[in-house]
Design a binder for this molecule. Structure first.
Ligand SMILES: Cc1cc2nc3c(=O)[nH]c(=O)nc-3n(C[C@H](O)[C@H](O)[C@H](O)COP(=O)(O)OP(=O)(O)OC[C@H]3O[C@@H](n4cnc5c(N)ncnc54)[C@H](O)[C@@H]3O)c2cc1C
Length: 434
């Protein structure tokens, strides 16, 4: 077991891709860094995602960070001296009607403004990118510089590289509180004792708000549960990732298709939903066709933890050390059926595994990266990556590190400032667009 430092320069809460990428950047630039995770590295979103590294069909306020991230991805294996499963096979987004094509046109303009070479493909050209796929699309948007990587490799690769640069990585140890004195951060309290530091970065994914709220630092953040299916391996078909008819796909290096039902996501009802209702109800209403509200354990968990002295409150983090939400059986069946319809030659291919993950999202689908507005000096937030954190992670980590060090930021951090919620300066988005 790694010894807990009693003091360091920077404590990072959370060993997902964001925390680990930030730890790596800071350690590489000579900072003493301790990263603490309540469970294993990358156990929550960062190993459960689809593995897409996409710039395509992003909101304009996210494009510069996405482009900067792809630049880092291209050299990441060499930089971290580790296999990250990187392949730059492009992304294809199928359009089925005039609304889709109008959106492609709009996005194409945003993309070209950002220097991205995106094109609209004909049906024959789609068949060249994804041979054997059949369907009723009328066109497709294609961005050849998008890529994919292996979520089971990347976060650990960042953590290992951070360690080689002197960072301490502590797992299975929850941070129970962020400590302050005189309006400044003094460190964190953990299950294994305190760690003193003048800078704390909260990169705790869906749990970030729970850690910052006691300090009066609030932001709207929802967890959307989403199911992923992985097929048995088949011969190579495509190295592009894609939005197809009723499902999304990526074929990994082992030949397995990683699929998700493009039409299903679940808002787990918890106390946060009531707290942040004014932010999320408009998004939920817009996406009512595919979002489902579900009352279950998360609400009871939050209610039980309100009771003073209850064991649910005392041992909250022990009870939520490793979150492994069940895959939705209906979504699994629907996704596989849509895949079989689109690839008739693969209709006999079965499922190797299925899982689910909680995507932490903000109302404008953009992360919060930077100082906590109105919070103690030395507290930074790097969270809320809203279904894009795998792709954006390498750049998000670098931007967070730039802001800690006061260096020239990788991209303009303004769209990601925490203060945008208090200022009500939040771009309106449709949560379906990624
Ligand atoms: C099903 C699914 C599909 C997705 N697909 C894609 C995709 O294709 N492309 C893409 O770009 N993004 C995708 N995403 C989103 C992406 O995975 C996330 O945005 C990204 O992983 C977020 O990283 P993170 O480090 O912020 O959070 P996480 O990976 O959730 O890490 C947070 C960490 O904080 C730790 N933690 C929490 N509380 C505490 C505490 N009190 N003490 C110590 N540690 C704590 C947790 O244990 C966890 O390890 C997907 C997500 C899901 C769930």
């Amino acid at each position: 077991m790694v010894e807990l430092d009693s003091s360091t320069d920077v404590v990072i809460i959370g060993g997902g891709i964001i925390g680990c990428a930030t730890a790596y950047r800071l350690a590489r630039r000579g900072m003493a860094v301790t990263l603490v995770d309540k469970g294993p590295i990358g156990y929550e979103q960062s190993t459960r995602n689809w593995g897409w590294v996409h710039q395509q069909v992003r909101y304009p306020h996210l494009i510069p960070l996405a482009v900067a991230s792809v630049r880092i991805w291209q050299g990441l294996a060499e930089e971290l001296d580790a296999d990250v499963g990187w392949a730059q096979g492009g992304n294809i987004s199928l359009g089925f009607d005039d609304v889709d094509l109008a959106e492609f046109e709009m996005w194409g303009q945003d993309a070209r403004n950002a220097g991205l070479e995106t094109t609209v493909l004909t049906s024959d050209q789609v068949a060249e990118v994804v041979p054997g796929m059949t369907g009723r699309w009328t066109g497709a948007l294609h961005l050849p510089t998008d890529g994919q990587a292996d979520p089971s490799l990347v976060t650990t690769a960042f953590a290992d590289a951070a360690k080689r640069h002197g960072a301490h990585v502590i797992t299975d140890c929850a941070v129970t509180a962020i400590d302050t004195a005189g309006g400044a951060v003094t460190g964190v309290l953990t299950e294994r004792g305190p760690i003193h530091a003048s800078t704390v970065i909260c990169a705790a994914g869906a749990w970030s708000g729970r850690l910052t709220r006691p300090l009066g630092v609030r932001f709207p953040q929802r967890a959307v549960r989403s199911t992923v299916v992985r097929t048995e391996p088949v011969a190579p078909v495509t190295d592009a990732t894609g939005w197809a008819d009723g499902f999304t796909f990526r074929q990994d290096r082992a030949g397995r298709f990683v699929l998700a039902g493009g039409e299903e996501a679940i808002y787990d009802v918890d106390l946060g939903l009531f707290r942040d209702m004014r932010w999320f109800l408009p998004v939920a209403w817009k996406n009512r066709r595919w979002l489902r509200m579900r009352i279950g354990r998360p609400l009871f968990r939050d209610l039980a933890a309100l009771v003073p002295g209850s064991s649910a409150r005392r041992s909250f983090w022990q009870r939520h050390r490793q979150i492994d939400p069940p895959a939705n059986a209906k979504a699994v069946r629907a996704t596989l059926a849509a895949f079989h319809r689109a690839f008739p030659a693969l209709a006999g291919v079965g499922i190797e595994s299925a899982w689910a993950g909680n995507i932490d999202s903000t109302p404008d689908q953009a992360p919060i990266i930077g100082p906590a507005d109105g919070g103690p000096t030395g507290l930074l937030i790097a969270t809320g990556f809203s279904g894009h954190g795998f792709a954006l992670g390498p750049a998000g980590g670098q931007l967070a590190a730039d802001l800690v060090l006061g260096d020239e930021p990788l991209v303009d951090p303004h769209p990601f400032r925490h203060a945008r919620f208090a200022e009500r300066d939040v771009p309106a988005v449709n949560a379906h667009r990624r």
